[in-house]
Design a protein around this ligand. Structure first.
Ligand SMILES: Cc1cc2nc3c(=O)[nH]c(=O)nc-3n(C[C@H](O)[C@H](O)[C@H](O)COP(=O)(O)O)c2cc1C
Length: 173
């Protein structure tokens, strides 16, 4: 069983999750940045990792996801918001809808990732009442995001894709 893990990252969070997931598949998984535009031919499973940009998969991942045909696909992502938020759920749903209907979605994982301090500094400049202004709730969320992805996230991500691997090997999917 051959697996390709393709990831998109600006500041490294999504790459860390990709590398953790690779451990599940050991030598049977190839890891490549999305910029390499790796061919999906010959792989039994394609895992695509993206960072969340304005409530969607980032631009490079969008293009890669849209290009896949007739593949078993898993998605993973990192974002600033809480992983159990509507924002995270909607992001994953909308991103998975980029997949052509000839593909099969096998599993998803999403967790927080430290937000680029340059973005946080920009938020701080917005006046009170601005939709992106700093509020105590936003500060708490960014502080929590700064601790991710962490070991617990890696463990959860691995569990999701270890189960996908099991199902694939068992011929259940
Ligand atoms: C330009 C930009 C837009 C972002 N948009 C969102 C967003 O819409 N929702 C969200 O929860 N996080 C958002 N984030 C936070 C990133 O998705 C998050 O920090 C992610 O872990 C970055 O991953 P990376 O280190 O792999 O680049 C944004 C970050 C940047 C820089």
């Amino acid at each position: 069983m051959k697996t390709l893990i393709v990831y998109s990252t600006l500041t490294g969070n999504t790459q860390k999750v990709a590398e953790a997931i690779q451990e599940v598949f050991e030598v049977q998984a190839d890891l490549a940045p999305v910029e390499d535009n790796p061919s999906a031919e010959g792989y039994d499973l394609i895992l695509v990792g993206f960072w969340v940009d304005k409530g969607m998969a980032d631009k490079k991942s969008k293009e890669y996801l849209s290009s896949l045909r007739h593949k078993k696909v898993g998605l993973f992502a990192t974002l600033g918001a809480y992983p159990d938020s509507d924002h995270a759920r909607q992001t994953m749903i909308q991103s998975s809808q980029l997949l052509d209907s000839s593909n099969q979605l096998t599993g998803t994982f999403i967790c927080q990732g430290k937000v680029d301090p340059r973005l946080t500094a920009m938020y701080k400049q917005f006046p009170e009442g601005h939709p992106h202004a700093m509020t105590p709730e936003r500060i708490a969320r960014l502080q929590e995001a700064a601790k991710h992805p962490n070991e617990a996230d890696f463990t959860k991500a691995k569990a999701v894709f270890a189960e996908v691997r099991r199902q694939l090997l068992a011929g259940e999917i």
